[in-house]
Design a protein around this ligand. Structure first.
Ligand code: PLP
Length: 830
């Protein structure tokens, strides 16, 4: 069409547009009813809570789309340097409440609904969780997306749209069972399918040599192709119009004709083979420990990386001709090594497809990638067997070998022929199973290597990546993890949110978290104390109702609610907690009746999922139930002690439990938790911590002081010595006694628990439960004592919230933007 026709068309469109959607209650009501009728296809005179939730979500989605379009257009016009956050996992949880709050229309929506006879909270409960991740790493990605949007950064998140998210945990007779989480069953209003944003992703095949302009080139002739289809999830910022994109890829059979190398066979086989494509994005791997050597996992990684990079390069090329400018416009963030195949993939595109030349291409690589590692343990680092890579991605293997030989040459110049060190640092691990060390590849090719807490970074520098740190100290940084106060206070604890705003005289802390420190000034104010306790009690009531609904157990609100909720791991030491509870139970049983009056009543709450193949973690869950059965039915104990396991821990359960906790436990063996983010959420909500000096807790101590928490246990530098001592460590008698109670069948299932008991005895006690038991009990006793003095407890609680500002993901993202990615805010005008 001519430019005259185009102008006429644009003018006509403007005429037809009503302007932006309005947010007054009447307009919202009208939009909700329209969606009931035309989207959900129910009668506007008869629809239930779930249908009302669907209609409301679509009404909010419309508003998100407006802002999202504006933001994308603004980014396009301004063309700033963008950051692309590559993560295989996002634990987003529910979207409705968060979106409404970030759009600033919470009250209008509640009004609109109440006039239609619905309650906002009830509708919000209808939404299922988007659980496309395992634990801390995945929730971190979600918090960081919220901060990126809120702080106006030009950012994109990329990930996979798994059809089955993290399994649902069902407890039968105290044992964990896993059920599939088909979260898309009832549709997902928060995503937009982009049927036209698709890319071919290729696998298998061979590499052949070609002569081009007299030069030899390697060409990959793939053997299989699938299609990646984009699903966009708009992520709204708070207090800004900026709404960024989380683009998740789903695998579909390719519509193109099968390639030569693809042997279709007969018609039925061909169709069945094409169906196989969809399995690539079908399931999230439910183990957060390791994913070694599984072909499907490798396929997922490459599928996600290839589609994302095609998209990123396409966006760059829409505007720029010269790939040398790529580093000025693009920062690629690797969230752990899961997306590290992006490195050889960018090399392949630059060298094989763009014919840029190896040195030029490698120079670009080193300027665009930054890598964040989330583990402490060398054995948990991801390795890909060479055989697997050779068959699935033969050209990528060649490129990795090329990078490695260049790396080895560089190294030899620096360290000479120190073969031990060369083999430790090599990207290729020789041995029974020859493998690619994805962390070594990521470190060598990234300009920055980040740890996730100060302590983690020290451990990376002195232990895990010592060899690398000594040669390239300037690469190593750390950005302590953070959590978003929007979801973890404003959405999940509205009463505390209102109280904080009242005392600070402003809501600005929701965007400017440093203001939260202002609460310190009122930490001893008696009227704040009263209001603070009132808010906490209402939250405890909500939690107590949930406990009764899920487990049938009635709990006293006067008891201390003591929570440990996180993935079940031996290093996180849920077993230490349970053994401590057995000790408490044993003490109460052996006390004179009169003395029992002095006991501080407790409700111990444990929750978390065990990886399906992690036997010891599953035994810990069973032990928790067996002990609960005994304690909760013992009339000698009554309200003095209760133990509850809350099933199916996920983001929405966390939103309910965290605001109601008095005390929370973060008790990993020092040196094992890279950061921990659960602790930050509890801290923000005024819950006191009982913790070891591990991960980010070390910085929490710096911020709020040891006096405002209950610290115990061996320090990082003590751990190796204690391990060496092994069975010669003198463990307290109480420890031996409680382990014996389990061993002797006091809680039943004697044979089943035997192997679990073995893990904490003598030389086997790798996680040092015995060595830390005494100081654990002392910290617990200090917590009891503290709880009796409610004034002191409340002061500590206020100071915990006030001191949590350093642990906002806004601060983490600001640090990344300045020190790692080199990006600037790009705010969409209102
Ligand atoms: N799982 C869920 C659902 C969470 O909300 C969190 C919070 O950060 C985690 C896991 C991680 O908890 P932690 O850091 O205590 O291991």
């Amino acid at each position: 069409s001519t430019s005259g026709e185009r102008t006429a068309k644009a003018e006509r469109m403007f005429e037809l547009m009503d302007g932006f959607l309005k947010n007054d209650p009447l307009s919202l009501q009208k939009d909700i009813l329209d969606h009931v009728e035309y989207t959900v296809a129910r009668s506007r005179f008869s629809f239930d809570d779930f249908e009302a939730y669907q209609a409301l979500s679509h009404c909010i989605r419309d508003r998100l789309i407006e802002r999202w379009h504006d933001t994308q257009l603004h980014f396009k016009r301004k063309d700033p340097k963008r950051v692309y956050f590559l993560s295989l996992e996002y634990l987003m949880g529910r979207s409705l409440s968060n979106s409404i709050i970030n759009l600033g229309i919470r009250d209008q929506c509640a009004d609109a609904l109440s006039q239609l006879g619905f309650e906002f909270e009830v509708l919000a409960e209808q939404e299922g969780d988007a659980a496309l991740g395992n634990g801390g790493l995945a929730r971190l990605s979600a918090c960081q997306m919220d901060s990126l949007a809120t702080m106006d950064f030009p950012a994109w998140g990329y990930g996979l749209r798994y059809q089955y998210g993290l399994f649902r945990q069902v407890i039968l007779d105290g044992f964990q069972h896993e059920q599939p989480d088909y979260w898309l069953n009832f549709g997902n209003p928060w995503e937009i399918e982009r049927v036209h944003v698709t890319y071919p992703v290729k696998f298998y095949g061979t590499v052949e040599e070609e002569i081009l302009n007299g030069e030899k080139h390697q060409v990959w002739i793939p053997g299989e192709m699938v299609e990646a289809v984009a699903y966009d999830n708009p992520i709204p910022g708070y207090g800004t119009r900026n709404t960024i994109t989380l683009r998740l890829w789903a695998a579909k059979p390719s519509n193109q004709h099968d390639m030569e190398a693809y042997n279709t066979g007969d018609y039925i086989d061909a169709v069945v083979n094409r169906q196989r494509a969809e399995t690539i994005s079908s399931i999230l791997y439910p183990d957060d420990r390791s994913h070694q050597g599984k072909e499907l996992r490798l396929k997922q990684q490459y599928f996600f990386v290839s589609a994302s990079l095609q998209d990123i390069i396409r966006r760059f090329k829409d505007v720029h001709k010269d790939l040398n400018q790529f580093p000025d416009k693009v920062a690629l963030q690797l969230n752990d090594t899961h997306p590290a195949l992006a490195i050889p993939e960018v090399m392949r595109v630059l060298v094989d497809e763009e014919h840029l030349g190896w040195n030029k291409a490698f120079d670009i690589i080193c300027k665009i990638f930054s890598f964040t590692t989330h583990t402490v343990l060398a054995e948990a680092l991801e390795k890909i067997p060479v055989d697997l890579l050779e068959s699935l991605l033969p050209r990528h293997l060649q490129i990795i070998y090329d990078i490695n030989s260049f790396f080895m040459e560089e190294l030899k110049k620096r360290i000479g022929l120190d073969y031990n060190r060369l083999s430790r640092m090599s990207i290729v691990e020789e041995g029974a199973v020859k493998s690619i060390r994805m962390a070594n590849l990521s470190i060598f090719c990234s300009h920055t290597v980040n740890g996730v807490s100060k302590l983690h970074s020290e451990l990376l520098q002195t232990r895990v990546f010592k060899d690398f740190y000594e040669l390239w100290p300037e690469k190593f940084q750390y950005k302590t993890n953070g959590v978003t106060q929007r979801r973890w206070i404003v959405v999940s604890n509205p009463n505390l949110c209102a109280l904080i705003s009242k005392w600070l005289g402003t809501e600005s802390w929701i965007r400017d978290i440093d203001l939260l420190m202002g609460l310190r000034e009122y930490a001893t104010d008696i009227s704040l104390h009263q209001e603070w306790r009132m808010v906490r009690r209402v939250n405890k009531m909500r939690l107590a109702e949930y406990i009764e609904a899920t487990s049938g157990l009635k709990v006293s609100l006067d008891a201390m609610f003591d929570v440990q909720m996180k993935r079940i791991h031996e290093y996180k030491r849920q077993l230490l907690n349970i053994l401590g509870i057995i000790h408490r139970y044993d003490c109460i049983k052996n006390m004179a009746k009169d003395d029992r009056r002095k006991v501080v009543p407790r409700v111990c709450i444990i929750g978390g999922k065990a990886a399906p193949g992690y036997e010891m973690a599953k035994k810990i869950i069973k032990l928790c139930h067996a002990v609960a059965e005994k304690i909760n039915n013992d009339s000698d104990v009554g309200d003095l002690l209760k133990l509850v396991f809350i099933p199916d821990y996920n983001v929405s359960v966390a939103e309910l439990v965290i605001p109601g906790a008095d005390l929370s436990q973060h008790i990993s063996t020092a040196g094992h938790e890279a950061s921990g983010t659960g602790s930050m959420k509890f801290l923000m909500n005024g819950c006191l911590l009982l913790a070891t000096a591990d991960g980010s807790t070390v910085e929490i101590i710096e911020e709020i002081g040891e006096d405002n928490m209950f610290l115990f246990g061996a320090k990082v530098h003590d751990v190796p010595t204690l391990r060496e001592k092994g069975s010669t460590i003198k463990v307290p008698l109480q420890f031996a006694r409680v382990v014996r109670m389990v061993r002797d069948g006091y809680f039943g299932f004697q044979d089943y628990f035997e192997s679990l008991c073995n893990t904490v005895e003598g030389n086997n006690d790798y996680y040092l439960l015995g060595a830390d038991f005494e100081s654990y009990l002392e910290a617990q006793a200090a917590a009891d004592k503290g709880f009796i003095d409610q004034e002191k407890w409340t002061r500590m609680s206020i100071l915990s919230t006030a001191g949590s500002s350093r642990f906002s993901s806004d601060r983490t993202i600001q640090d990344y933007a300045e020190k790692t990615w080199g990006i600037e805010p790009c705010r969409c005008p209102l």
